[in-house]
Design a protein around this ligand. Sequence first.
Ligand SMILES: [Zn+2]
Ligand SMILES: [Zn+2]
Length: 304
Amino acid sequence: MVEHLLPKQKVAGSNPVSRFRNFMKIDLHLHTTASDGILSPRSVVKYAKLTGHDIISITDHDTVNGIEEAISEGKKLNIRIIPGVEISAYKGKQEFHILGYFFDRQNKDLLLIFEKMKFFREKRIKRILKNLDYFFNLKVDFVEMKKNLRVKNYGRPHIALMLLRQGVVENVQQAFDLYLDDNGPCNVPKYPFSTNAAVNVIHKAGGVAILAHPGIYIANNIENLNYFLEIGIDGLEVFHPMHNKELTMKYIEFAREKDLIITGGSDYHGYLNEDFFSLNIALTEKEIYKLENMSKDLCSKEKI
Ligand SMILES: [Zn+2]
Ligand SMILES: [Zn+2]
């Protein structure tokens, strides 16, 4: 579980696989101010460098806007940045997050869907604020919220932070529990994009599609994962702060059995209680190699 905390070793050899360093510090799930994180893409890269990372991916919600800045900072600091994204999608009423890696950032279909989501998001947040006012007489001003929180992609956590500042709640979690949860009294559903469509749009852009933090939605019910196999998911985010050791081992077993790529990341936003930067992510460079190769396969399939 904590292999990356061990000293790095170089393994010599002519076989490309054996050239991989066994222990690298990798984090494939990080948020920035391009969506709802607290640090800019540049700062996330700096922080990753300070904490000894070799490879990271910026995976903002439904946007690729933070990637260029991260890549240019990564070049300066000699840390590899993998282009990533975390797409919000639905299977019926259940929300799932699909991570995409190594896709074409200029892909028109991908950019169009993110534009639609952005438009929808602003309308949704305004409706949630109206609900807070209507049902609970709690007033959060949208313009003031935008001004106070220098992020480009608003979400419920920002409303929760505003309520925290007003002293209405004691922490972010309480705001969710009382008002903002998926089934909470003030929530409004997100843009209705299906899990199937999310996997397809990532594949068509030449990327690899990974089911994010399955433990949050599926927990121990491994059977439910079969649906994601049917829609063509390429891998599982096995290492995630919300997965305990037992769940992590179950997902590793499942991924190996079904020949799925294993990924992991801290899901760092910078303000939530569970935010710990890159704890217990036991990924090796070999997994990155697999991800990249799968993406090349998908790209060549696209061209046929
Ligand atoms: Zn997520
Ligand atoms: Zn995330």
